[in-house]
Design a protein around this ligand. Structure first.
Ligand SMILES: *Cc1c(COP(=O)(O)O)cnc(C)c1O
Length: 239
């Protein structure tokens, strides 16, 4: 895999995505690839953009603030990692969408700042479906109340849900958590009428399983850009 170009890797990711969609009876155009470029330079982003990708993800605001201005302005950027409230303003200015909103306080803050900055934001609520204490995310029981709070906030729109399953080598072990997120979405939709069309789930090693379980956004880093040059904190903002 090391010798492959970014364009070749993207070709393989697209083929795997198409195969997973075929198994699930889904149209590949219903799954958005979010290319997670953390720890990779702007040149790698440009190479991926040249191969046709348009949506990119970063997990740290600081790194994104340095990188995004160096990339083509027609790209769309999503924050996929945990957001500390003191980084909310730069996050609002840098990103078109945030996948990792995990509290009503953060939601209110993002809405207020988006108003001050004349922006609108698409947000996904991160849900901790595994119940692991090390994970960020709302408890599933808190989802409906959080959606009702969001409904009253004019600058933010909740477009869906995101989850991170427990880390495992075996992608099949993630399946029950992906399915749990979809079922939570379906139940919540039936009970409240919130549509929540987007499900952000699946990374390099398990995105096929996520697609089989209904993912509409897959967050792929390593299998597009290659191994990360230096170890990245997977989720945390650096303190
Ligand atoms: C790094 C990261 C990814 C991509 O991980 P890969 O295993 O490299 O595909 C996806 N989502 C989040 C939140 C990440 O931090």
């Amino acid at each position: 895999m090391n010798g492959e170009s970014i364009a070749e890797r993207i070709g393989r990711v697209r083929a795997r995505l198409a195969a997973a969609c075929a198994r699930a009876g889904r149209d590949p155009s219903t799954v958005q690839i979010v290319a997670v470029s953390k720890n990779h330079p702007p040149e790698s982003v440009e190479a991926a953009a040249a191969a046709g990708l348009t949506v990119f993800g970063e997990n740290r605001v600081q790194e994104a603030a340095a990188k995004i201005p160096q990339c083509s302005s027609r790209l769309e950027w999503h924050l996929v990692g945990h957001l500390q409230s003191n980084k909310a303003r730069p996050a609002v200015l840098l990103f078109h969408a945030i996948h990792s909103v995990d509290s009503p306080d953060l939601l209110r803050r993002l809405d207020r700042i988006a108003g001050e900055e004349g922006r609108r934001l698409r947000l996904l609520l991160e849900v901790n479906v595994s119940g692991e204490s090390s994970k960020f995310g709302l408890k599933p029981e808190a989802l409906t109340d959080t959606l009702r709070i969001a409904e009253s906030l004019p600058r933010v729109e909740i477009v869906g849900l995101m989850t991170m399953p427990p880390i495992s080598e075996d992608p099949e072990r993630a399946r029950m958590f992906f399915r749990a997120l979809r079922e939570l979405r379906d139940r919540t939709r039936a009970e409240t009428g919130f549509e929540l069309p987007e499900l952000s789930m699946g990374m390099s090693h398990d995105f096929e399983v996520a697609v089989e379980e209904g993912a509409t956004m897959v967050r792929i880093g390593t299998d597009i850009f290659g191994p990360r040059p230096r170890p990245a904190p997977e989720r945390e903002e650096s303190l």
